[in-house]
Design a protein around this ligand. Sequence first.
Ligand code: DQQ
Length: 553
Amino acid sequence: MLLFCVHAAPSIPRPRVNARHNRIGPLYHKGWYHLFYQWNPDSAVWGNITWGHAVSRDLLHWLHLPLAMVPDHPYDANGVWSGSATRLPDGRIVMLYTGSTAESSAQVQNLAEPADASDPLLREWVKSDANPVLVPPPGIGPTDFRDPTTAWRTPGNDTPAWRVAIGSKDRDHAGLALVYRTEDFVRYDPAPALMHAVPGTGMWECVDFYPVAAGSGAAADSGDGLETSAAPGPGVKHVLKASLDDDKHDYYAIGTYDPATDTWTPDSAEDDVGIGLRYDYGKYYASKTFYDPVLRRRVLWGWVGETDSERADILKGWASVQSIPRTVLLDTKTGSNLLQWPVVEVENLRMSGKSFDGVALDRGSVVPLDVGKATQLDIEAVFEVDASDAAAVTEADVTFNCSTSAGAAGRGLLGPFGLLVLADDDLSEQTAVYFYLLKGTDGSLQTFFCQDELRASKANDLVKRVYGSLVPVLDGENLSVRILVDHSIVESFAQGGRTCITSRVYPTRAIYDSARVFLFNNATHAHVKAKSVKIWQLNSAYIRPYPATTTSL
Ligand code: DQQ
């Protein structure tokens, strides 16, 4: 089941209609993936938050069901906010969610269950008579207590057996994950200690906590994800993720969970939650994972908001989309970052493909790739920089960083080079996805992966940025990127998904039959070769209402 924090738009297969944002409670149940999302049924802006509900057989084609939950009780009258689903060993599904209360807009946690768990579509939800089941604890602001995680079971025989984390902040602006212990999801005891806190990071929204296979044990070798309650121990690390209300980015860190104290410690204090790695360096927020028992994988979904004006959203009648779901694994080669990759089902949308191999990109060159219409594409490209060029410079752009740079138009010694997507013939519009190499005087090379929206659209009511971050490149590796292009969204994954960037763009010329794709190299000293580029046209996936009369889709 997928319960999100959501918003809506493009044409691969994303929910669109009014304002949807974070996904809540993702879940797989009896043949269907369930996506719940935060939705305003009345307008394309945030407000009147209810739970929308859509189901899919394959995470690509979606059918909308009636609303799952609406604000109709004093404990959630100001909004049925984010939450998470937990499947219990006896088959029960419990949904915990945050309600914003009628009287004071305090944030309380509520319990709901399907009226009929034998219904594969889980159409009806019943809120517990015991609600609210948790209220803000002493010392926590009444509006700083939200977004319960999926519950996990302690590995021992403890009673209570279940743990749930909830995001918060303290009076000194430290971001917090609080843990509660429960047996029946109605009564809760606070854990004696905070699960984790990071000074200066402010309110943590949509906290997520899950195990990943580490090292070179059987679990890691299989490439499988781990079920949420997988016991900590050798070969298992735990990821803690928080969505930072202050800067609207999703940060994660890898660390160790101690089930005796319900605390978590990051592997690297410098890369702690909120100050280190991000799932995505572009427009991507309030994400959530779930464990898919069918393909034994952990799947991540993010909310991709709009970067145009609220006025434009109201005019178009919808706002926000869901990212393409991603499989998440620990990168066992580096041990220090996750790998995110579009779910394998996306490959079923691939239609005709074209390959371009060994394309030389001289300094200052732009090379068109003739794939016809280039609005819905799946691109895989591998680049190689002539080693003698890097060797010939003693130092290159050591102070570079994507967001403070001039973007793809800037010229460095060993970058930028990559692809221009959603570009028109004369490049008056283009979204650049590229690498940029730095070299220190000690000979060390570092690689940035960036996405430049500055020339993505002629429209003027947009926020346009250059996004990006460093990407680890190990000895012997080529530079590789996968890019999913879908009209108004570009999702990019460098080095197998070590660094990811999502852009919301609104081309006005590079649309429909006029959209093109190019290779480019704007470095002044690097000869670059596109060793291989494969580009597939992507089919559209459907999103439509669930037909009232059919049950066999
Ligand atoms: N959106 C929800 C909250 C969550 C936030 C309310 C994330 O539960 O913290 O719509 O965008």
